[in-house]
Design a binder for this molecule. Sequence first.
Ligand SMILES: *Cc1c(COP(=O)(O)O)cnc(C)c1O
Length: 367
Amino acid sequence: MIPVAEVQIGEKEKEYVNDCLATGWVSSLGKYVTAFEEAFAAFCDRPYGVATSSGTTALHLALAGLNIGPGAEVIVPSLTFVATANAVVYAGARPVFVDCDPLTWTIDPTAVAAAVTPRTQAVIVVHLYGHPADMDPILAVAREHNLAVIEDAAEAHGARYKGKRVGSLGTVGCFSFYGNKIITTGEGGMVVTADRTLAQRMAWLRDHAMSKDRRYWHQEVGYNYRMTNVQAAIGLGQLERIEEILAQKRRIGARYRERLADASGITAAPEAPWAQNVYWMYSVLIHDEFGLSRDQVMAGLRRGGVDSRNFFWPVHALPPYESGLRLPVSEDLAARGINLPSSPSLTNDQIDFTCDTLTGLRDAYAG
Ligand SMILES: *Cc1c(COP(=O)(O)O)cnc(C)c1O
């Protein structure tokens, strides 16, 4: 079975982890946390990085750092992993779901503008499946209404918007280093920002909001959202190879596109003229003309030895958030989308096999 994603751990990761074990620095103190924060922030063209225990806690820490809480509304796209919305609820604020753009599958800037109310304090954009959101019109709305812009870049490390790295465009950029993300620390996350005061506040909240000069004196309800030195050691090793990983992702994206761009009944993953997609998951849409439903296609791929994933359910339709709201673009994309195998180690032959298996299902149906 060709897997959807595969973790690759290199020699550097092992060397750095062994260093943690040999020296006893296995908890959240130690040189790798700071080194990883500095190196990853620099990779994102930001001066400050605050490492966290996950991408979800990175999002929550960003909201808490920005003092977004009860009474506030936060605009989020519905087509995302559920953690984007859950973090808003953890902060005590209310997620306001908006629709996506049918061409880039990311948050629709006109829907953002239409959703602003006097209670709106922030917008979370999601760079879905590795494709950046259209930032300029969203940043303009944010400036006009004095909103914070949180980039959920959990799926898009290294992607570019008009030449700029994702994570460097908003007030804060939040990343995940879960096992199947572009780079991993096992579990982990980071918030990057250019705002020094905010970075210091987030680092303080991450560590129980304890006073720097008065031990066990806590002025706010903080969190333990720390990353361990062992996790950071893995992350630093991974980060030293990230350009290589991204080059493989670009190769995979180009190969799929070449093979699927003209396939009838299929829409290949987007790449807007202003975007550089990093294809966290190379994804396609299955249209009615294909002749088989999305779920039939996934079952057919599995029979042929190719693993795949359905798109996220639109979050506004999940039980905790269900309100009768309809967001037709997100609902349509969610019903049609499939993530195909996308590991950096995927060979061109495996991509060709995946595409042949996919188009073969349609031809078999048509025949
Ligand atoms: C993975 C992911 C997260 C959460 O990251 P974790 O490290 O799993 O907590 C948040 N948002 C998006 C869009 C993700 O894909």
